[in-house]
Design a protein. Sequence first.
Lengths: 125, 110
Amino acid sequence: QVKLVQSGSELKKPGSSVKISCKASGYSFGNNAITWVRQAPGQGLQWMGWMNSNTGKSLYAQGFTGRLVFSLDTSTGTAFVQISSLKSDDTAMYYCARVAIAGVPDDEVYVFDPWGQGTLVTVSS
Amino acid sequence: QSVLTQPPSASGTPGQTVSISCSGSNSNIGRNYVYWYQQFPGTAPKLLMYSNNQRPSGVPDRFSGSKSGTSASLAISGLRSEDEADYYCTAWDDSLNGYVFGTGTTVTVL
């Protein structure tokens, strides 16, 4: 059974950094990218970017560039996201998800499945 | 910020059909597949539909998706109380070089 388990809630002060982990199990970690999505309280989903677990290459969503760093520990099958210069606007639930392949040959697509349980990051002075 | 527009809410009685629209532009829905995710309160989203109208294994055929031009829609037929959730559309945006999500729609079963 494919499962992603994230680290626990964090309370951070403005200007500080936070590093969230996402431990994968039930599949070969290097075969799939990990994507990150956040959700501010009462708001919708916002894609943050993804990291290829095989090549280590990352793509960051516009608006986050410079404050986000994705990383991996392939020995433990764990993905990380570090967010620096935290602001109150960064208060949100942060989700990781496996980037899986769906569809038929010659028409394969990327889907986010499954998702981690989420990590709540609260930024407050 | 959301680039895809959805109605904030939709509702129906058990057994009815509810449709949720998702409006985008040529750079996202107009050129790329649409995906739908279902999210129950306090839980992580779950994949509901991919490639506009394909259901992952385990998703009931009461859920169907479609796309036309720069808009897409999700229909839930035979509405059941367990369908009460938030629904989000998403698509790749060629201009932003990333995924964009819809504003989300809360489905209520009356």
